[in-house]
Design a protein around this ligand. Structure first.
Ligand SMILES: [Ca+2]
Ligand SMILES: [Ca+2]
Length: 130
C-alpha cells in the first residue's frame, strides 16, 4: 500500500488466488483503516491492524453463498460494522461494533442484479468481485 503521507509497505494478508474480497475499514476504532478480507467460502472476516499487527476474525454471513460484504459505520461509534448484503433477499444484515442487536433491512430488489456499491464488477457479468 502507498501511504498518503509518503512511503509504502507490502503486507501479505488473505489467502490469495482471487477468492478473498478486500474490506478495509477501521475495525478497532483507532481511527486508522485496518487490512481486512472477507472469505466467502467460510463467511469469515479476517482483520489485521497495521498499527499493532493484532489479528482477529469474525464469522458473519453464510458460507458458500452469494452474500456480499459491506463495511460502514452504521451505528456511528467510530468503528466499522460488518454488514452482509444477501442478494437473494436484498437484505442488509448488520453486526454492530457497539454490541447492539443485529438488524436486517431490506433495501434493493431481491434476486436481481442489484448489488451494493462499491462492489466492483470488473468484467460486467453482474457478479461483483468475480
Ligand atoms: Ca484501525
Ligand atoms: Ca460502528
Amino acid at each position: 500500500m502507498k501511504y498518503s503521507g509518503g512511503g509504502f509497505d507490502i503486507v501479505n494478508w488473505g489467502e490469495g488466488g482471487g477468492v478473498d474480497i478486500p474490506v478495509p475499514g477501521d475495525y478497532d476504532g483507532d481511527r486508522r483503516a485496518d487490512l481486512a478480507v472477507y472469505q466467502p467460502t467460510r463467511a469469515l472476516w479476517a482483520v489485521r491492524s497495521l498499527v499493532t499487527g493484532a489479528i482477529s476474525s469474525v464469522t458473519w454471513g453464510i458460507a458458500g453463498t452469494d452474500d456480499l460484504p459491506v463495511v460502514g459505520d452504521f451505528d456511528g461509534d467510530g468503528t466499522a460494522d460488518r454488514t452482509i448484503y444477501r442478494r437473494s433477499t436484498a437484505q442488509w444484515i448488520t453486526k454492530f461494533s457497539s454490541g447492539r442487536p443485529p438488524i436486517a433491512i431490506t433495501w434493493g430488489e431481491a434476486a436481481s442484479r442489484d448489488y451494493p456499491i462499491p462492489a466492483p464488477d470488473f468484467d460486467l457479468n453482474y457478479l461483483p468481485y468475480y
